[in-house]
Design a protein around this ligand. Structure first.
Ligand code: ZN
Length: 505
């Protein structure tokens, strides 16, 4: 291929990498805002962040950048669809085209409504006052309809919004997989509910001093492979992970001295996100080859370490004696079996983020159905609290006593994140299906976990998933790695295998 093409491709990559550099500075400010920023610093931080967001948008929509993409797509650099350059060109074009389709006025209106919406939501939740939030949510849903119309969609409006979080995924496919999951999951949860066996979950509410929790969580994160030379663990109110550069990944958690699960499984969860970030090819940072595939695949990595590893019996064979040494007061009279049952307590509840491994996906199904109905089927925002409560009653047999514990519990819709919820369940489903393959490829994983050995498992993820960057879409990846399209069966099999003996089903 010609030097001229190589030169233009170099310019294109420089542009993309510089855009990523600006975006990473915005990320650092975002991390700081959520972990360090004094309250009075918020207004000026908003100005800083808005400035950088504008800069990123300007760079994406720069006509010269568009010309480079279009020109290079006509060259041999785009000819072999599997080549690195073709992947870069295809993904950059896709992202840029989406940005170009949205009118500036709509982008600004969405950003403004998201800020006002979150403020109104926070007040409304505090005061248990849905009507206070209703007008802003109505406005947001209307804007999301406009956004879907501007972007266009293959089959239905929800496709356009889902694509922001799960590129190239279709609503119909998600609905098919999730409805299969619902059909199998509801009877399993009912059977667990009917079982007379219950774990003693009180042992997880004993005294767990924060310093000991921090040390224990950090040791577990290190054991599964999180690299603290290239990352940090800090405290925040709403845990998250932020990749701030090729060698700088921040994970966060929060502590409650009378709730073991929160910080520990939170740290395992965010470490899973962090391991994915740390496993992306650093030489391609700032290009699609160095970026994660989708939120669903990202969530598969967090759930992998949190649930498939961290809530397994073999994991606690290794870690429970260490936990007993770290928390002698709380755990000296507790057996490993009782502890394992307690961290696997299944209990239908009102709050998504506190839900167990089995009922969690039912919380997601409810949100998925409701946002579809809001966007496409004429469900009125005014009728949303009633619809929410009705679905909780039908699906989980619980009724929120007040909207603050019901329809007002999540920030997502207020911030314009419509189409986001299903990625949580997709993550669980991907993780389960990948895990079956890892067991086939790596042999007796339980024996490895019991020895505190996680390296082979992490290497497997690195090779099959992390290093791939965006060379494949999520559905291509699951097909390539497991030989099958996404299905609800592996997750159900995992849940049945775990809960049947625990609850004597
Ligand atoms: Zn997550």
């Amino acid at each position: 291929m010609s030097d001229e093409h190589q030169k233009l491709y170099g310019q294109l990559c420089d542009h993309a990498r510089r855009t990523a550099l600006v975006a990473s500075i915005a990320e650092i400010l975002g991390w700081d805002e959520r972990t360090q920023l004094p309250p009075a610093g918020g207004d000026y931080r908003a100005e800083q962040s808005t400035y950088l967001a504008g800069e990123v948008h300007r760079r994406w929509t720069d006509p010269r950048f568009g010309e480079l993409i279009e020109k290079l797509l006509q060259t041999p650099l785009a000819a072999d669809p599997g080549s690195g350059s073709a992947v870069v060109l295809r993904r950059l074009k896709r992202q840029r085209d989406k940005r170009m389709k949205l009118p500036q006025t709509l982008v600004e209106e969405l950003a403004r409504t998201a800020v006002l919406g979150q403020q109104a939501w926070e007040e409304a939740r505090k005061r248990n006052d849905f009507p206070r939030f209703q007008p802003l949510l109505e406005k947001m849903i209307e804007l999301k309809r406009q956004q879907a119309a501007a972007l266009g969609y293959p089959e239905r409006p929800y496709d356009a919004l889902l694509d922001d979080f799960e590129p190239e995924e279709r609503t119909a496919n998600v609905a098919r997989v999730l409805s299969g999951l619902r059909e199998a999951l509801v009877p399993l949860v009912a059977a667990i509910q009917a079982s007379p066996r219950r774990p003693n979950s009180e042992i997880l509410k004993r005294a767990y001093p924060q310093a000991a929790q921090a040390a224990f969580g950090r040791a577990a994160a290190e054991a599964i492979g999180f690299d603290f030379r290239r990352g940090r663990l800090d405290v925040t109110a709403h845990p998250f992970t932020a990749g701030l550069g090729p060698h700088d990944c921040r994970i966060t958690t929060r502590y409650d001295e009378h709730a073991f699960n929160q910080a520990f499984f939170g740290t395992m969860h965010e470490s899973g996100h962090g391991l994915y970030e740390q496993g992306l090819p650093t030489e391609d940072y700032g290009l699609p080859l160095g970026e994660s595939i989708s939120l669903g695949i990202h969530e598969s990595q967090s759930r992998w370490w949190e649930n498939f590893v961290g809530r397994s019996r073999a994991f606690w064979q290794h870690f429970f004696p260490l936990a007993q040494r770290q928390f002698p007061e709380a755990l000296q009279d507790v057996s490993a079996d009782d502890f394992y049952f307690a961290v696997n307590d299944v209990r239908p509840s009102l709050i998504r983020i506190e839900a167990d491994e089995a009922t969690y996906n039912l919380h997601i199904l409810i949100r998925f159905e409701l946002e579809l109905a809001l966007l496409e089927d004429g469900l009125k925002v005014a009728d949303l609290p009633g619809a929410w409560n009705e679905k909780y009653r039908q699906t989980l047999d619980v009724t929120p006593p007040r909207d603050a514990d019901g329809v007002l519990q999540d920030v997502h819709w207020s911030a314009g994140l419509v189409g986001y919820f299903p990625t949580y369940s997709l993550g669980n489903l991907y993780a389960a299906q990948f895990f079956v393959q890892a067991r086939t490829d790596l042999g007796d994983l339980d024996a490895q976990f019991a020895r505190g050995e996680f390296r082979p498992l992490l290497e497997w993820l690195r090779e099959k998933i992390h290093r791939c960057g965006q060379r494949r879409t999520a559905s291509e990846l699951i097909q390539d790695v497991t030989g099958k399209p996404l299905s609800h069966e592996p997750l159900m099999e995992h849940l049945r295998t775990k809960f049947t003996p625990l609850y004597g089903l």
